[in-house]
Write a new protein. Sequence first.
Length: 507
Amino acid sequence: MKGGILIIDFGSQYTQLIARRIREQGVYSEIVPFFSAEEAIKSKKPHGLILSGGPRSVYEVDAPSMEPSLMEGRPVLGICYGHQLMAKLLGGRVTGARAREYGFARLEVLHREGLLKGVGERVWMSHGDVVEEAPKGFKITARTENTPVAAMENRERSWFGVQFHPEVHHTQGGEMVFRNFIELSGIPRDWELGDFIDRKIKEIRETVGDARVICALSGGVDSTVAAVLISRAIGDRLHCISVNNGLLRLGEFEENLRTFREKLHLNVKGVDASRRFLRALEGVRDPERKRKIIGNLFVEIFEEEAEKIGKIEFLAQGTTYPDVIESAGVKGPAAVIKSHHNVGGLPERMKLKLLEPLRELFKDEVREIGRRLGIDPHFIEKHPFPGPGLAVRIVGEITEDRLRKLREADRILEEELRREGIYGKLWQGFAVLLPLRTVGVMGDTRTYEEVIALRLVQSVDGMTADWFLPTKDFLTRVSSRIVNEVRGVNRVVLDISSKPPATIEWE
Ligand code: XMP
């Protein structure tokens, strides 16, 4: 990064959202934890800074802070904790609030012709402390019932602060805060996804030179977009490998290969290793052991295939920005998800350099790049699918027959989700096979068969999720189709757990 806006993270759960809002305004932005701010400012030379919110109080011992001199000569926008920190560092006064403000508040705007132009009355608050007195040189531009300085600005120096959260969609006209900040501070708008493709292709050519690159295609959006981008740069010197681990959905391996070859013109080798995987998983019930076996075997196969290709210098991966953000908060689920994704130690073992062209992008930006590269919308909008595949959706032992049941049920669910127009509204919608049999009746006969659970969730990033409630008609249709069409299943249940405390996958 050079230029753009650097977001100093003080641990807010909304920090990634700030970065996305800034990018939507056509300005590049990155996040650094507060303890690396000085170094990052030196190396990245940002046009402006945003100080994020955070869970602490500026008066606590060891409260996260920064050198005030880092603000000198630069436009700065403080949000929530960042607003309070600015006030404190520049000589204002912050105190404990009379009442904690959480949720909607009515914003009384005192000066409209500045940062708050176009911002509505309803804003989203989440804080304990308040700024009582703005620092010298600042004008108070808004207040709420409980917050005397809900917004402040020093136009001469392009320093601004808001107590509310303009980045969350609950705040009416919140995006205007970012737009006004950028305009009032004269920060150039030069981030455009269209340029990204050309810039990356050039960069990949320079980095790779005449060497060869290898890439594992999982069938997911990220690795596919990365591969198409790289193949635009270096053509068939990108060698893709698509492994069938026997744990994919119905017909998926063949369908993916067709898409990769015929539509995306990738140089790809399909390796059907399903027998090897299923043999290795025989009798295994423990989720972590399943993951390990699958991960290790994948590496083994990938290495065998790489050897057949000959000399390779780079390993391409579809790593995205949320995977690489170093968070100032406690290490949350993000860290865990990442460890799932990584093909443990592969680059080191194979002595390969990493090529990760999507490292700067958020998921929605990756999808947009995919569309611009001509990848089918149907493919781009696919739900995420875990690396260990159906193994973590079959609770208990994995057998051919249990795989068949889950595949058939999952296909029915997907068909109905698409038919009903729900598919696109969900982060994920899938079936899970439970490790128990229950009694049922069919005609005059008693049955004793397995149970399918339906998991339908909405989420922004997979780190938290809400369960989704479809209509009774929809559930009735899915349930009766599964029981009627899938041999060996006589009961369907709906998972009504959110994340946290549950996870999205069952294992
Ligand atoms: P959980 O189940 O942890 O999942 O709430 C969060 C998101 O990550 C996906 N997931 C995985 N992806 N390998 C992956 O590539 C894995 O082992 C794995 N486990 C979970 C999950 O589908 C959800 O989108």
